[in-house]
Design a protein around this ligand. Structure first.
Ligand SMILES: [Mg+2]
Length: 231
């Protein structure tokens, strides 16, 4: 059967979460004069934050912690790494981070060109995101890519996250299609690639961090425009 529906992951596949988060935290960091008050350099702070945040998201994905735990800990644990034990300061960062990140809407390189290309080839496009529903939709609208998508599925709406099969099932139903006519494109090895494969749906791994995973017959790209090699 011919592929007709393309399901995109959003964060770090189309919407450049890493870049937008970096810029947001930098703003907060400078506004709060953290370097001056605690003698912490921003680049080091950010790389510690990044490591802690990625680990916490993995723990959420694996069902070890919930989102509330993540929100309480990602900045708190980062500051504590630098011997700053301050819950109020950490919560200030957390609350403003979620607020302010939507002021930045940089897309991954090639995002708009590839969406235009896929549209002209008459594919129907969708989003399946593990993010918060309202945030997912606002990211699409504010970055101007909402017009490309027929449906947007967020984990919050379904009550389960990728890689669980229920979220793929839900999204296909919403799109009015079947897995044999669909493909997923995403950057997370477990949530996107293993998730889609276990569900029985074709997938393209966006290996943006050059993890160089090898798997028989796996479709891999390192730049969004390489999607043209497959679709
Ligand atoms: Mg992603």
């Amino acid at each position: 059967m011919k592929i007709q529906h393309i399901f995109f992951d959003l964060d770090n596949t189309l919407w450049d979460h890493r870049r937008n988060a970096y810029l947001t935290i930098k703003d907060l960091f400078e506004k709060e004069e953290i370097t001056l008050k605690y003698n912490i350099g921003f680049e080091e702070f950010h790389s510690v934050y990044h490591r802690i945040n990625e680990k916490l998201w993995e723990d959420i994905r694996d069902g070890i912690i919930d989102k509330e735990y993540l929100r309480k800990h990602r900045f708190y644990d980062t500051f504590r790494y630098f011997n700053v034990d301050d819950q109020q300061l950490s919560m200030y960062f957390e609350e403003h981070f979620l607020d302010k990140i939507l002021n930045y809407n940089e897309l991954v390189e090639g995002a708009t060109s590839i969406l235009d290309y896929l549209k002209t080839k008459n594919y129907t496009l969708h989003i399946i995101s593990n993010g918060f529903k309202e945030v997912t939709e606002r990211k699409c609208i504010l970055s101007g890519i909402d017009k490309y998508f027929q449906t947007i599925t967020s984990a919050d709406t379904v009550g389960v996250r990728k890689p669980r099969p229920e979220i793929f099932e839900y999204s296909l139903k919403l799109a009015g299609t079947i897995k044999q006519e669909s493909i997923l494109i995403g950057d997370d090895w477990i949530a996107d690639v293993l998730g889609a494969q276990n569900f029985g749906m074709d997938v393209i791994f966006f290996d943006v961090l050059k993890e160089n995973r090898q798997k028989e017959g796996l479709k891999v790209i390192q730049h969004l425009l390489q999607i043209k090699e497959y679709l």
